[in-house]
Design a protein. Sequence first.
Length: 459
Amino acid sequence: MISYPPEPFRIKTVEKIRLLSRSEREAAIKEAGYNIFNLSSRDVYIDLLTDSGTGAMSDQQWAALMQGDEAYAGAQSFYRLKEVIDQIFGFKYFVPTHQGRAAENILSALLVRPGSSIPNNTHFDTTQANVLARGGNPVNLAIPEAGDPQSSHPFKGNMDVEKLEKFIQETGTENIPFGMITITNNAIGGQPVSMQNLHQVSEIYRKSRIPFFIDACRYAENAFFVRERDPAFSDKSLLDITREVFSLADGATMSAKKDAIVNIGGFLTMNDETLFQNAKNELILREGFPTYGGLAGRDLDAIAVGLREGLDEKYLAYRVGQTAYFGHRLQELGIPIVKPPGGHAIYVDAGAMLSHIPADSFPGQSLVIELYLEGAVRAVELGSVAFGRTDPDTGEKILPALELVRLAVPRRVYTQAHIDYVVETLARINERKESIRGYRMIYAPKLLRHFTARFDPIR
Ligand code: P61
């Protein structure tokens, strides 16, 4: 039994939550078309839909908001953020964006052409969609262990470097405008990438002259895992580890809604001056002037403070410890999860738990709906609903290897009692799992379909 880490903070502001009755929950989820994205947040008791933008800001961040400089051009908030980004990331240039996908959009708009291929360990859905939207081909080259929920490989987020080399040779560097790696690897369980793997990937991209961009949303959690799991880094500071990581790349896309613990914000950072010029022009067209991006000056100040807090050792020990406690409690109950627990979330292997429901009847979606019905807990499906798609050329259905349900833990928000409540909710579902049925998708848009899809229960 692993213990729950004491929080390295105390609570100054609280927010009321309410638990609807079972019959109210049944009505709410039906009204939502059995899609938790359509629920009103007041109808959710414990919201584990995402760790993105849902963290609790600190007193220091709230104080920083008051100092926001709202000047259209040359705002002081921009320079304060620049100082922190320079220190942590170390690239020559950056543009603020309203969130991570806006940074991905700029990069894709500037570099992806129809027929381009973009390799990654595993693209998250917004990166995948931004590449697809420009006619590109997002390619996932994670190590084989990434597809095995039982494997407790310490760096399960790694890229398969042999596959990457082969892929580059076969595709031709002229068809690969940039390559990526996502730290931590969200789509396969919030699993870290090792420093050694990052060095190897960087070397491969560099020798092929392919610009290397890191999807950096959870870089601080990744740095913490590197220090915990790789003895070569056990006495290095998290800042030193982080700087080494980014020194290997040509740029990064960042959603500040994760490890910078803010409710909104992101940025695109790079070394290439021409790319920076073009990014500024693209930014001006769609986001805003380059010293504020799609944000208010005060948001930039909150990010600047949050980036430092997100890299704090005591905070990260608590953060990763809380997620580990959550995962171990579920494992004790025999609930199949992706092992080992990742940094920001627990991923239940719904395909294994509800093995009687076939992938095209969406076992992950069934579990998500049961979590709501049983305890008003909101989780998200990361399986055939989120990642399934139809090949535009062959009409073939492409389904992901795993049917996962993610329980993401917002930063500094929920207590041990809340986590225990979710564990107990899942335990009750697990006891009657054979009676759970699948769902039929009755509406889906072409891209990012899980946000607006609607379902009907299969009777
Ligand atoms: C999340 F249900 N993630 O994990 P933006 N890269 C990576 C991410 O994890 C990520 C982004 C880029 C979210 C929010 C989310 O279908 C969903 O600031 C590794 O959200 O634009 C975001 O950053 C994009 C939840 C995104 C979803 C898409 O919960």
